[in-house]
Design a protein around this ligand. Structure first.
Ligand code: GL2
Length: 843
């Protein structure tokens, strides 16, 4: 709101670049109305949605000016570029972020006000760009923000899905999925590049032929599509740099060649269109688990092939065929294994198309590529059947076979000191191509192994995760290439996740620190520690939280029709629904709390209960049955407790449907306690934990992922830590069937089984999954952590009763969040892996 404008006035005065903002409203109002008039044929009487369109199309021009300047500069300087290859970019909305990052909030805020609109309401008309599932996709988006802010020459490359992450609705408390039709009203944040398109082939045959007297391999695909580029400018903050996210749309070849139509082959052309468009049609809604669908491999190859051709064609325009120099100009980060086919594709382009010798091409390829692992669960590592790969990408399959031959041969020499039997075993275990452990007849390509062998650097995303990668998931490889393995603890952009989504808190921080420099130097937030126990500052801090809680209460009212107690503790768990994330454990503790409240007299409740409003949100993959049951359990428990007259002043549970980036921007600033309670060793990092921390929200967490580093930075005594440790998990899993469950646990299981929340049969598999050792085995050890979790919840209540202590901790969280800016993460990638240097255009 208005306070945001003031924060920005400060930021603007300090902006190192020439002010991009004149502050005068007149030219901007004229521009907005002219956009509405000439682009949309509108004349006055605009809705907020109209005002959004006019504003966005006006801002777009400033954005493109900045984009053009940046790219002119980069073209002239010809620096080394980082290309972030990712199947997902979860961008969310762009208007507010663009206006603030470009420093245009004065001009546009004033103009809209003059026209009778409010920026926040106008911004609310924008749809989320939800081209990602969760943390992995949002991380890619935060990284782009930081790369631009740090002036690093770099682009993102991905897919322009026509349908992003599905919209989640609730019907009778069950999840329903609806398509995300996000492009219907046009997209002001993209520019179609009609001059940038590349052919991508699939299938067909491979032959050896003499080409100009040289023996060459020629791949003749049986199917071709065109990848059409769309650029999405990415504005940095407090810099003239605007970089780029290039997304590919799949279109039929014959769109550009009417001969198919002329030949009267209309049906075939239409089918071809459908097939081509299918490639970039929809994002697979799976989080942290691969879906072995052929179309998915097609998507992966589609965007990798187009991106590599694009980079190589730009390189060639400047450096000709001097491919040995490619690693000095281009470096690619593989965001998980999804783009790993790049290893084979770069080899194909260099060997088959450019005519390089295999060894020279391999040196270039491995110098250019780096791989980030994002998940620990072994079943989540992508493996493609050789049969599928050979049919869809016959030449790539051959190349992977040759790579694997070279690799296993090299291993044989490297491991020559091992006994031959042991050596053979090791080599088999590390082979990129291996039998399916569940079906010996099926051979698989292990994409993580291919990525490791084909990359210079391999990294995990939090300290504990990188250790698990080294010690478990890729241990054999680590032992052979210890120096390849690194850690790059994730981060989040402090612009979107603090300054812009919580301008009131941002203003307070800026006042306390005497400058807004913390927005791109978050280590400065440590200065807040000096205020943590200051009652006057605590009062202001509390007032901001209160205002943010009021907004969330408004949202709950809008969705569920209920008024909630705004003095209650707001307790939040928002993330994808997954058994390993243990929303179920959270629900169990809520049921326990409910039962305790029921046992108390009204007087006892009044005297000792700490009122809580619990919020859970998140999507379940459409085929993830157990996750859907968990959602239903949340809604069913909510239905019972939210209307119980004895307890409803003390406990509520709401499921907020369609959790997405925009919803997170409202929920996170309002949170007082957030739950990050994955089984130790299962959550690679988590990134929402960092967003909550920045916004002064206390954390209830297991010793997992980035929780550990957050606790270290915040002071472990300020965090509610519970549960078993990662090192104990294997043993505890083995012993689970002998584990003596807590009597309170047994009671809750009986309650759910007995129908306390209805839907007995539907909840039976949930009970079995954690309670019937024959069925589910409680793989994620909810029972082991249950008692510790309840104890930690009691500690939360006790702490909340001491508001001065609670607020002190809250301030300590924000003060300790400096490390978790994605600026820090990106700086580390740039220095340790990419070797890319800033190149800032002049303002
Ligand atoms: C994830 C991890 O599950 C999550 O812990 C991590 O924070 C992010 C970003 O590194 O990556 N891996 C994954 O496949 N998804 C994630 O969110 N979808």
């Amino acid at each position: 709101g208005r306070s945001a404008l003031r924060v920005q006035a400060v930021a603007e005065a300090e902006r190192p670049t020439a002010a991009k903002s004149s502050g005068s409203a007149e030219p901007v109002t004229t521009d907005i109305t002219s956009k509405l008039k000439y682009l949309f044929g509108r004349n006055g009487d605009y809705t907020n949605a109209d005002a959004y369109q006019g504003t966005a199309w006006s801002v777009r021009e400033k954005l493109i000016d900045s984009f053009n300047k940046t790219h002119e500069h980069w073209k002239k300087e010809d620096p080394k570029f980082i290309y972030y290859l990712s199947a997902e970019f979860l961008m969310g909305r762009s208007l507010t972020n663009t206006v603030y990052n470009l420093g245009l909030e004065g001009e546009y805020g004033n103009a809209l006000r003059e026209m009778g609109y409010h920026m926040e309401k106008v911004a609310d008309a924008e749809r989320d760009a939800a081209l990602g599932n969760g943390g992995l996709g949002r991380l890619a988006a935060c990284f782009l923000d930081s790369m631009a802010t740090l002036d690093l020459p770099g682009w993102g490359y991905g897919i322009r899905y026509k349908y992003g992450m599905f919209k989640q609705g609730l019907k009778d408390g069950y999840q329903v999925e609806m398509p995300d039709i996000w492009l219907t009203k046009g997209n002001p944040w993209e520019v179609r590049r009609d001059d940038v398109k590349f052919e991508v082939g699939f299938g067909g045959r491979v032959e050896r032929k003499k080409v100009n007297g040289k023996e060459m391999t020629v791949w003749t695909p049986s199917e071709k599509v065109i990848a059409q580029a769309y650029d999405n400018p990415i504005p940095g903050y407090a810099t003239p740099t605007t970089s780029n996210l290039r997304l590919w749309d799949a279109v039929p070849v014959h769109e550009f060649d009417l001969s198919a139509f002329n030949a009267g082959d209309y049906d075939r052309a239409m089918l071809e269109r459908e097939r081509a468009e299918g490639i970039s049609a929809v994002l697979y809604p799976n989080d942290s688990t691969p879906e072995g669908k052929e179309l998915r491999l097609k998507q992966q190859y589609f965007f990798v092939c187009a991106s590599l051709q694009d980079v190589m064609s730009r390189f060639r325009a400047v450096h000709g065929a001097n491919w040995e120099a490619l690693p000095e100009k281009a470096c690619f980060q593989l965001n998980d294994t999804h783009p790993t086919i790049a290893v084979a594709e770069l080899m194909r382009l260099l060997v088959d198309v450019e005519g390089l010798e295999w060894d020279a091409a391999w040196t270039i390829t491995t110098k250019c590529l780096n791989y980030t692992n994002h998940t620990v669960m072994p079943e989540a590592l992508e493996k493609w059947p050789v049969k599928v790969m050979a049919k869809m990408l016959p030449r790539h399959m051959e190349i992977i076979e040759v790579i694997n031959e070279g690799w296993t041969k090299w291993l044989g020499v490297h491991l020559k000191d091992l006994k031959s039997e042991e050596r053979a075993k090791k080599i088999a275990a590390m082979s990129i191509i291996h039998a399916n452990p569940w079906n010996a007849d099926e051979m698989l390509v292990n994409m993580a192994y291919l990525a490791v062998v084909g990359s210079s650097a391999v990294n995990g995303v939090a300290a504990i995760h990188s250790n698990i990668v080294k010690d478990e998931i890729l241990n054999d490889f680590y032992e052979i290439f210890p120096s390849k393995f690194q850690n790059k603890t994730n981060g989040v952009t402090p612009r979107r996740w603090l300054a812009w989504c919580n301008p009131e808190l941002a203003q307070l921080i800026t006042e306390a620190l005497g400058s807004s420099e913390w927005i791109n130097d978050t280590e400065k937030l440590a200065g807040l520690r000096a205020f943590a126990s200051d009652p006057a500052f605590q009062a202001k801090w509390a007032a901001v939280k209160k205002a943010k809680k009021a907004k969330l209460a408004e949202l709950i009212k809008k969705i569920h029709g209920d008024d909630v107690n705004q003095n209650a503790l707001f307790d939040i768990q928002i993330k994808r629904i997954h058994e390993y994330k243990r929303q179920y454990l959270n629900v169990l503790s809520i049921i326990w709390r409910y039962k305790q409240l029921k046992k108390m007299t009204p007087e006892q409740r009044k005297a000792s209960a700490v009122p809580r409003v619990c919020v859970i949100g998140g999507k379940a993959a459409s085929a993830y049955d157990m996750a859907k049951r968990i959602i239903r359990l949340v809604t069913a428990v909510g239905e019972v407790i939210n209307k119980d007259p004895e307890t409803k002043d003390y406990l509520r549970l709401y499921f907020l449907p369609d959790y997405n980036v925009t919803l997170a921007e409202t929920i996170i600033p309002a949170a007082e306690l957030s739950q990050h309670i994955s089984t130790a060793g299962t959550e690679a990092s988590g990134t929402s934990n960092m967003k909550f921390q920045m916004n002064g929200c206390l954390i209830m967490g297991t010793w997992d992922g980035a929780n550990i580093e957050i606790a270290e930075e915040t002071g472990v005594e300020n965090v509610f830590v519970f549960g078993v440790r990662a090192e104990e998990i294997n043993q505890l899993r083995k012993d689970r069937k002998n584990f003596k469950t807590d009597p309170r646990w047994d009671e809750l299981m009986k309650d759910i089984e007995g129908g306390m929340f209805g839907d007995k049969d539907y909840f039976k598999p949930l009970v079995d999954s954690v309670n019937n050792m024959k069925v589910g085995n409680d793989w994620f050890l909810l029972a082991n952590d249950f008692a510790g979790y309840l104890a930690a919840q009691e500690e939360v209540d006790a702490t909340y009763k001491d508001q001065a202590e609670w607020l002190r901790r809250s301030i300590m969280y924000t003060a300790g969040s400096g490390k978790f800016s994605s600026d820090r993460t990106i700086r580390e990638y740039a220095e340790d892996i990419w070797h890319v240097k800033p190149a800032r255009p002049s303002a």
